[in-house]
Design a binder for this molecule. Sequence first.
Ligand code: SF4
Ligand code: SF4
Ligand code: FES
Length: 356
Amino acid sequence: MSDTFKIRINGKPCEARTGETVVDVARREGVDIPTLCHDTRLEPAGACRVCLVEVEGQRRMQPGCAWHVQPDMVVTTESERIERHRSVLYGMYLADHKLDDGGLPVVTGNGNDLRRLAEQTPPLVLEPVDAPRRGRPMDANPYIAFDPELCILCARCTRYCDEVEAVNAITLAWRGSETTISTAGERGLLDTTCELCGGCIDTCPTGALIEKKSPLPLSAAAETVRSTCNFCGVGCQVDLHVDDGRVAKVSSPPVGETLNDGNLCVKGRFAYDFVHHEDRLTVPLIRGEDGELHEATWDEAIRRTAEGLLGVKQRHGADALGFVSSSRCTGEENYLMQKLSRAAFGTNNVHQCAAT
Ligand code: SF4
Ligand code: SF4
Ligand code: FES
């Protein structure tokens, strides 16, 4: 049986494949279905109900992010009924959400998709609800804060921590209006299995998980510069957010765009202070006759290094030398290092620190 078939979305014939959801096909066809709890790296949870669509033959609307397509399925993503549903749903979310003076969701440094959706479809105005949602006790970790008043309990963070990181440091805890995101025994993240990867921050659609180092939105003039993380040789891509000439934040490029697929480790995401650190070496230093380090040019530094290495070879033979490259080097740089060792100096004493 063919793996591809036709469905109709808003009257338009679309090609679909077995195993795809309505949202998968709609996005490929350029049809916008709003989502909040959806992340293509995670199993669908159908938790937020923002993506409900009409499916012919179904009495109830169905979640497009979790509803699998079938041959000849007829789907409607825009109708009066759907608009009414979205308006009521956003109104309910906003009733216990942290709002600004204009009655719209507050935006933290990680954005707030609920605000964007509420700007597209005006929410029904409901009485504010004082939900006794629990916060976590003060958390001493240096990177991640949690604001329960911005959390919509979509469980993207807990599912990411489980399904992508395989760490399970955080979970949905308590019941009813007290439901919140917590840890076992309400411990601080440093006392759990958390690796401080920060992936939960990135996947959170409402900015309820907040980068302590960069809690607020950057200025409108901030630029994004795509770069390669230099902490190891994997080659993860990073987006450097440069504000006023300084790296103010690092995030992963969007899911599906680069080999790290939206993920980073604790070093790649948070350890960027070295970029502007005052102790950082910016020019080569050579120790002089006086025993002190003095600034030098690259030509001087390379000549001095070559003289030193050749001197050891002349006095003690090539095997008195050893060459160790860093795990921060690229594959090409590691190749050149072993060429230098074997071809230029004549020794097989070459190693790379990540090989042990
Ligand atoms: S930082 Fe990473 S490991 Fe820690 S809770 Fe978040 S997703 Fe889980
Ligand atoms: S913290 Fe964010 S990702 Fe986690 S449940 Fe709340 S809104 Fe969803
Ligand atoms: S995006 Fe489909 S239910 Fe949340």
